[in-house]
Design a protein. Structure first.
Length: 248
């Protein structure tokens, strides 16, 4: 099955109103590459301004709460970010697993909440360096997928992102063989869980993706796009990744 490539940025806890100017050139590059889907997840404080500024670009949230509303001081729900203009949400990012002690079960509940609110979801998984060194990467990713993918998932709203934690922000990436191996295992696991619908679910690679390595990573089998942190903060670094995906 042909899956459209998706290049998604994740600004993490970076950016202010002045940074939104970067989105102008990113939106222009996205429009020049209609065969590729492009999105940028920004901090909650910037979602509305970003969505107003570049209506053609898909703006996302970096997290959502699992409840739609309620007594959860400091949290932000999926309907709230949807109303602010977000079209997708990232859930289960490894930085939230590490810093906020989120589990795969939390990621499952957040994915379901985002879907209820009409958002698309980028659901993250990936092993630590210790787990990879212990030869447990495949089992860890399989277990994360099993615990976090909702039963009713399909490619119309769910995207998976494989992000080995040791490759995030480090400039290190797995070998092409290792990326392809995990993506194949992730696809097989999805098939076990949701049957043929797995074929429509995109699986992104994330972790130190740059303009220099994007095209070769995105050409791998079962790699349907990229989730990009550091290199999504400026148009100068992000646009070559979009162009790399478009050239495939
Ligand atoms: P990085 O981050 O591109 O800066 O490695 C990727 C991510 O955390 O999504």
């Amino acid at each position: 099955m042909m899956r459209r490539k998706l290049v998604a940025g994740n600004w993490k806890m970076n950016g202010d109103r002045a940074s939104l100017a970067e989105l102008d050139a990113i939106a222009a590059a996205a429009q020049a590459a209609p065969q590729v889907d492009v999105g940028v997840a920004v901090p909650f404080t910037l979602i509305a301004a970003a969505a107003d500024r570049v209506p053609t670009l898909s703006i996302g949230a970096e997290d959502v709460h699992e409840a739609d509303h309620g007594a959860h001081t400091g949290c932000v729900s999926a309907p709230m970010v949807r109303e602010a203009g977000a079209r997708f949400a990232i859930v289960g990012h490894s930085e939230r697993r590490a810093d906020q002690h989120e589990t795969s079960h939390d990621a499952w509940a957040k994915a379901a909440a985002a879907h209820r609110a009409g958002l698309s979801v980028i659901l993250c998984c990936g092993e630590t360096e210790a787990e990879r060194n212990a030869d447990r990467a495949e089992r860890i990713v399989q277990a994360q997928i099993e615990k976090s993918v909702p039963d009713d998932a399909d490619g119309s709203w769910l995207t998976l992102a494989y992000e080995p934690r040791w490759a995030i922000g480090t400039g290190r990436t797995p070998t092409p063989e290792d990326i392809a191996a995990i993506h194949a295992i992730a696809r097989a696991k999805l098939r076990m869980l949701i049957g043929d619908r797995a074929d429509g679910v995109r699986i992104l690679y994330g972790g130190s993706v740059t303009g220099a390595n994007a095209a070769s990573i995105l050409a791998l089998e079962n790699v349907d796009g990229a989730l990009v942190g550091g290199a999504s903060l400026t148009a100068a670094k992000f646009v070559p990744i979009i162009e790399g995906a478009a050239g495939l």
